[in-house]
Design a binder for this molecule. Structure first.
Ligand code: PMP
Length: 359
């Protein structure tokens, strides 16, 4: 894409591309880490009924504070949290943008550890926040001594840790999160978009909230919750941090339709989350199968697996796509990422990959 010269776009945006994975109409879509199991007809009916109720009042603005929804999310998270500890927005993308609007900005620095979610530098760019990326180790874990040294040197206003990390699937050792919290001078965001998929025994940063008031834990209903189309992300933090985020949010940012949809979805959480255990099993089976085939596989606590290495990963991505399976060309050079789908979708993926890149 090239923006014509007459469009008075900010100079530093002129060569930028809009972010996004290819949205292609192919039979097997394993590229954006969605839950492959949609809501049941009963859940969809309940969501539709809730939306119909609010539709009768759509001449009015929605609840600016999204109180009922925040209560529902706090109840879901547990850990003694209340609605005052929770904030919600249109996807955790919007939550993160609000975090950088509130805590980043001109003259301020945000820091993370690459390879990680590729939207973070874009939030930084959009909010004029300086972006610093440390490196992860070769096994995609965080070298805690190097991380602490970088934080000491850069004094970032915002540190973003991602656990499990996208695109590598790597969960963070809570001792490392704690060390970062003790060293970082500003806020520390732990992005737990994939938390529900983590393996047994892997702790959530929610455990640390009571101890560290500058900790923010972001979550989303887009992944395990099977509600990517609803656009609902949220964050748990100290009420004073939540109040700071409320300063930068747009008025009525979360529509009455979104709020009603998410509240109804929370009522059906047992069903919507009901396939998470099966997805975790399929994830482990997929990782084991890829290893058996001779690929390198990053251990994953998420609903996707990063595998490699390919001299020409684009050719492999294209070959798999030609067989009707869309995966993601992302992460470090030579690696590809596959989201975990239904068993039938994973069979199609294995078959396609075997044909394209058997070892
Ligand atoms: N964080 C991570 C690590 C992600 O992978 C994603 C989605 N790919 C998001 C946040 C954003 O998700 P959403 O805006 O749908 O909540």
């Amino acid at each position: 894409m090239s923006v014509p010269d007459w469009v008075p776009l900010r100079e530093e945006l002129r060569d930028e591309e809009p972010y996004g994975a290819p949205q292609l109409d192919v039979p097997v879509q394993l590229n954006t880490n969605e839950n492959p199991y949609g809501p049941s007809a009963a859940a969809a009916d309940d969501i539709a009924a809730a939306v119909r109720d609010v539709a009768l009042g759509l001449n009015r603005y929605p609840d600016r504070e999204a109180t009922a929804l925040r209560e529902g999310l706090a109840d879901y998270l547990g850990h003694g949290l209340t609605s005052t500890h929770v904030w919600a927005a249109n996807g955790s993308n919007e939550v993160m943008q609000q975090v950088l609007q509130a805590f980043g900005g001109p003259g301020r620095t945000a820091l993370s550890f690459a390879p990680t979610y590729s939207m973070y530098p874009e939030y930084a760019r959009n909010t004029h926040t300086r972006w610093v990326a440390g490196r992860r180790r070769d096994d995609f874990g965080i070298d805690v001594d190097a991380a602490l040294a970088l934080i000491e040197a850069e004094q970032p206003d915002v540190v973003v840790l991602t656990s499990p990390n996208n695109p590598t699937g790597t969960a963070l050792d809570p001792a490392h999160t704690r060390a970062v919290l003790e060293t970082a001078p500003g806020v520390v965001v732990v992005d737990e978009a994939y938390a529900e998929f983590r393996r047994d025994g892997v702790l959530s940063a929610l455990e640390l909230l009571a101890e560290f008031p500058r900790l923010l834990v972001t979550r989303t209903m887009s992944k395990a919750f099977a509600l990517a189309g609803g656009r609902l992300g949220y964050v748990a933090a100290d009420p004073a941090i939540i109040d700071a985020l409320r300063i930068v949010r747009l008025p009525y940012h979360l529509s009455a339709v979104s709020q009603a949809t998410a509240v109804a979805a929370l009522r059906h959480r047992d069903e919507l989350l009901g396939q998470v255990d099966q997805l975790r099993r399929t994830r482990d089976e997929t990782a084991a199968w890829l290893t058996e085939q001779g690929f390198e596989v990053a251990p994953s606590d998420a609903n996707f697996v990063l595998f490699g290495r390919f001299d020409d990963r684009h050719a492999v991505w294209q070959g798999v796509l030609d067989r009707g399976v869309l995966i993601r060309e992302t992460g470090p050079d030579g690696w590809l990422r596959v989201s975990i789908g239904t068993p039938a979708e994973m069979e199609a993926f294995k078959q396609a990959l075997t044909e394209v890149a058997s070892r």
